[in-house]
Design a protein around this ligand. Structure first.
Ligand code: IPM
Ligand code: MG
Length: 372
């Protein structure tokens, strides 16, 4: 298969971890006989520095023409601590999501059995955790009208949804649930918010077309608690933009490190793959960042294009690194392995055919069991 991949390394540790994902994709290319072309472009704080714009037109055009976008990370503390800053790195990512129509953000949370003791929660609580968050990504409070009063003492962000924005992601989430454990939890705040009541109405109606899927509802405050109390109860979580942002960070640490979790953001025309972690500025250039979330994002990219065997090969190589203790210091403070050692080990084990030949390809569809 020929794929044009736009590579947006971004800020902080983004370039270091994205480089390891590229190395793994190149190993896949070589071993399985595909042709992937990578074109790199600026985004985020680095793009502001070089062009004044967090999403330069050239970057946007490159992404629009590409089959997929591989994204590193975004953000720089110098903007976080300046509430008056007019231009921010994050605007680049938000605009990119909107322009590419990436309305569905898919964040799988699966604990690796070899890492059970890394979780901040007790083993018996996290064991068996395997859920996927479907987060709406181009609507809600992130994109509603923003206002400041003249005197600068009042500010507001509007949370607005149209039923079409809810139904398109709801269908994807129901389809995922259908092929997993047939359970979908809608997370909202319908006891308080009108927009949440619209979500309930639309999602309840859609559930009639998926009789095999059990739909249940949770208020977001309760969901935050349930994720810690009993994370293995969840299969597919469907939620709006900001609740999904918050719950996915919470979910990410259940498995022991935020450095492990990948994500896919998909629309009808485009798709983007990125680790869910941020730019981790304190680690920049130190060769200590965990590249696994970025590498697993590359696996989700392969899976998205139906390259199932290739995706399994990457996931198996990751598992091998974890089993052998070939990990960065976030997973083992005594580890002497750096970002590039881990990436190199994984890339060089992608050709270990014995691991994936004969596996049931059906099982590894996005959000199903073996992949991440
Ligand atoms: C994420 C991030 C982004 C978000 C930021 C960087 C704008 O936290 O992808 O979860 O809030 O969506
Ligand atoms: Mg976030």
């Amino acid at each position: 298969m020929k794929l044009k991949i736009a590579l947006l390394p971004g800020d902080g540790i983004g370039p270091e971890v994205a480089a390891q994902a590229v190395a793994c994709l190149q190993a896949v290319e070589e071993h399985f006989g595909h042709t992937f072309t990578f074109s790199e472009a600026l985004v985020g704080a680095i793009a502001i520095e070089k062009t004044g714009d967090p999403l330069p037109e050239t970057t946007l055009n490159l992404c629009k023409r590409a089959d997929a976008v591989l994204f590193g990370a975004i953000g720089d503390p110098k903007y976080d601590n300046d509430p008056g800053a007019k231009v921010r790195p994050e605007q680049g990512l938000l605009r990119l999501r909107k322009e590419l129509g990436l309305f569905s953000n898919i964040r799988p949370v699966k604990v690796f059995p070899t890492l059970l003791d890394k979780s901040p929660l007790r083993k018996e609580i996290v064991s068996g955790t395997d859920f996927v968050i479907y987060r709406e990504l181009t609507g809600g409070i992130y994109f509603g009208e923003k206002k400041w009063s003249e005197d600068g003492t009042t500010a507001s962000d509007l949370c607005e949804y149209h039923e079409s924005e809810i139904s398109r992601i709801a269908h994807l989430a129901f389809k995922a649930a259908k092929s997993r454990r047939q359970k979908l939890t809608l997370v909202d705040k319908a006891n308080v918010l009108e927009s949440s009541r619209l979500w309930r109405k639309v999602v309840t109606k859609i559930s009639e077309s998926y009789p095999e899927v059990t739909l249940n509802y949770l208020f977001v405050d309760n969901a935050a608690m349930q994720l810690i109390l009993n994370p293995s109860q969840f299969d597919v979580i469907l939620t709006e933009n900001m609740f999904g942002d918050i719950l996915s960070d919470e979910g990410s640490v259940i498995g022991g490190s935020i450095g492990l979790l990948p994500s896919a953001s998909v629309g009808t025309e485009n798709a983007m793959f990125e680790p869910i972690h941020g730019s981790y500025p304190q680690a920049t250039g130190k060769n200590i960042a965990n590249p696994i979330a970025s590498i697993l994002s590359a696996a989700m990219l392969l899976d998205h294009f139906n390259l199932k065997e290739e995706a399994i090969a990457v996931v198996n190589a990751v598992n091998k690194a974890l089993k052998k203790g070939l990990v960065t210091p976030d997973l083992n403070p005594k580890s002497k392995y750096g970002t590039d050692d881990v990436g190199h080990f994984i890339a060089s084990h992608i050709s270990d055919e014995d691991d994936y030949r004969g596996l049931n390809k059906e099982n590894i569809g996005l959000g199903k069991s073996t992949i991440i």
